[in-house]
Design a protein around this ligand. Sequence first.
Ligand code: PLP
Length: 371
Amino acid sequence: MIYLDYSATTPVDEDVLNTYVKIQKDFFANTTSLHKLGQISNHMFEKATKETLDILDLKEHNIVYTSNATEANNLAIFGILNKFSKGKIITTKIEHPSVFEVFKSFENENFDVVYLDVDEKGIISLDQLKKEIDNNTILISIMWVNNIVGSIQPIKEIIEIIKNYPKVFFHVDIVQGICKIKMDFDLNKIDMFTFSTHKIYGPKGIGVLGYRKNIDFFKRLYGSSSQYGIKPGTIDLALIVCTTKTLKIYYPKTEDHYQNVKKMNHYLRSKIKPLKNIIINSSEEGSPYILNVSILNNNGETIVHILEEDEIYVSTGSACSSKLKKPEKTVYAMTNSVPLATSTIRISLSHLTTYQDIDKLINALEKINNV
Ligand code: PLP
């Protein structure tokens, strides 16, 4: 099997999985129980969260655990916007649906919703952002690394622009960047960030919302006061400890893995470039973990299934929209071309990918091309 869909999800790390089983078995008590067992669980919960904050070098943030990044994105955006009845909100045309669709849901209300354009490399224009941001702006949400083409937004520069508008809340979806690309910006300067453990070799079922402590969210859920009332209810200690463990293992390996995958990405590009009818949509300046290509005159979904026959697994786009036959919105925003945006596949790499995997993929693509 050749798995090249690491941006959709990753296999769980063996050590992390062992930790998961151990905690589920040995530390099952509810963290809110007053007895000794509960207090032991609670201590582990607090220790794990503190370690996560330390790994990310966060000084002013709380962490709330959710079921995945989708939920974290929703809670962050609704948590802010439900406190307002009107105002301007800004995002990009290429956000993950868990941000994009939330912004869309405010179009019918008294909100002025702005979707920033991207250029042919999938990057926003800072000038457009400067033009749009104003004193009525409440929230700006801009992803760090795009999940479809891997474009990297200039978060550091964006922070500098937003700094002049202290009332604006800035949210960054860091799902496809964390543990893959070294941050050139300070997370402490971001009001809210979100990611998910299953994208970085941890288990599924847990996402993270980091937010500046002084933010008073609108509470969407009612229940206990656990997790600051933002995500009340019993927490899964094992998933939380595994999130910390995953970060402990993979965060320090970010640069090593990046360099390794960058070489592989170059190799993959060099093999794809000579192929007829295949256009590379991802810019060389983007994340090396994602290579998006269009296979002209073919539907992306068809290609996914042809490759699957050779046990090669890629994606048409994000896992959430892969069943839809609509033009892929990120590729469309970059190219303005329906043929390119309907014939795309996303090849996503890992430090676990081998050069042989890539050779086999190339053979399979050559076969498709010659049919
Ligand atoms: N944000 C980005 C950029 C993603 O790539 C994804 C998943 O593909 C998500 C959010 C949603 O993550 P989850 O699957 O954990 O809900």
